[in-house]
Write a protein that binds this ligand. Structure first.
Ligand code: TYM
Length: 331
């Protein structure tokens, strides 16, 4: 098989219900690469266990994340959809790259610092080396482009550094990947605390809109969204709540900032929040429907993950044999 298309890789953790942050910042963009790139979209279950998971929930969410990929428009025939732990080369390369990643580099990762503060009872070694495993995911497929939200930028830069370091020692081995960060939706903020990221692990359910929330829940959450004491729908740095809602509204309608500001000129926040809730719920309705249909057929999902893992393993093997040879392992 000759690979002449450029390669795209991205992953999502099955560590919680997926949010509109995951959708708008990452998954919604994935399908735009399906035609012109060779695409690998992975459910990164090895990453998820850096935080304690309930086994039955992890299993269920792994199926759900795969089904959501498909429900968001990723055709399994045009994209390689698979589960990370089904391709052992991720963990194997992860270990090898650990030996080319510096303690100091990993100590500087802001996500590690945030997560260790949040899970102070379980600051495990996996949480610390998480970014190296992520580098392995990306480098294993000789990835050119990695579509992610802005929160993954630091990890991506580390992956590039590791690739360049390895190439410098052993000669050209890994493609040095570039990030693809969609500027408009790179950071969807919490509805309750619009200066922090919307996160699937947030305990405040009103702060987070899940892709699979019902229309009523979505509208209720947007109605409660924190704005400010002004009543003017205007995009501005000192109006983080309103600006976040404008971003979400734009993502579902394709309108520009000016169009949105004009549309709600003089209409107040009540009207605006309801409209954001409606476009969001209506935009997600087809995803929810398709998701339910896919989840009803587990054996089809299993066939997709099996075929995906076989395909991914084929590409992974090529990189691994090169890496083993370069490092000096006996064949
Ligand atoms: P994860 O599972 O936290 O999130 C999945 C994707 O969603 C993006 N995202 C957001 N984008 C905009 N606004 C938000 N509020 C928001 N929240 C999340 C994330 O940036 C991500 O693109 N470490 C990764 C998973 C991973 C990975 C990889 C990604 C493992 N290996 C290799 C790319 C390539 C993570 O925790 O994503």
């Amino acid at each position: 098989m000759i690979q002449d298309k450029k390669i795209v890789f991205s992953g999502v953790q099955p560590s919680g219900n997926l949010t509109i942050g995951n959708y708008l910042g990452a998954i919604k963009n994935f399908s735009r690469f399906s035609e012109d790139y060779k695409t690998f979209y992975c459910v990164v279950d090895l990453h998820a266990i850096t935080v304690r998971q309930v086994p039955a929930e992890l299993r269920r969410r792994t199926y759900e994340t795969l089904a959501l990929y498909m429900a968001c428009g990723l055709d399994e025939k045009k994209n390689t959809l698979f589960v990370q732990s089904h391709v052992p080369a991720h963990a194997e390369l992860g270990w090898m790259l650990d030996c080319y990643t510096m303690f100091g580099e990993l100590s500087r990762m802001t996500q590690f610092k945030d997560k260790s503060a949040k899970h102070s009872q379980n600051i495990n070694a996996g949480l610390f080396t998480y970014p190296t495993l992520m580098a392995a995911d990306i480098l294993l497929y000789q990835t050119d482009l990695v579509p992610v939200g802005i929160d993954q930028k630091q990890h991506l830069e580390l992956a590039r550094d590791i690739a360049m370091r390895f190439n410098q020692i052993y000669g050209d081995t890994f493609t040095v990947p570039e990030g693809y960060i969609s500027t408009d939706t790179m950071k969807i903020m919490s509805l309750a605390e619009p200066t922090s990221k919307m996160s699937k692990s947030d305990e405040n359910q009103n702060a987070v809109v899940y892709i699979l929330d019902s229309k009523d829940d979505i509208i209720r959450k947007f109605k409660k969204a924190v704005t400010d004491s002004d009543s003017c729908v205007k995009y501005s740095e000192d109006k983080p709540g309103v600006s976040n809602l404008i971003t979400i509204y734009r993502a579902f309608t394709g309108k520009s900032i000016e169009e949105v500001e004009r549309e709600f000129d003089g209409r107040g926040y009540g009207d605006f929040k309801l409209a954001v809730g409606e476009v969001c719920a209506d935009g997600l309705a087809p995803v929810r429907e398709e998701f339910s249909r896919l989840m009803a057929d587990k054996s089809h999902l299993e066939a997709v993950m099996k075929a995906g893992a076989d395909e991914a393993a084929y590409y992974a093997r090529k990189t691994m044999s090169k890496v083993r040879r370069k490092i000096g392992f006996v064949n």
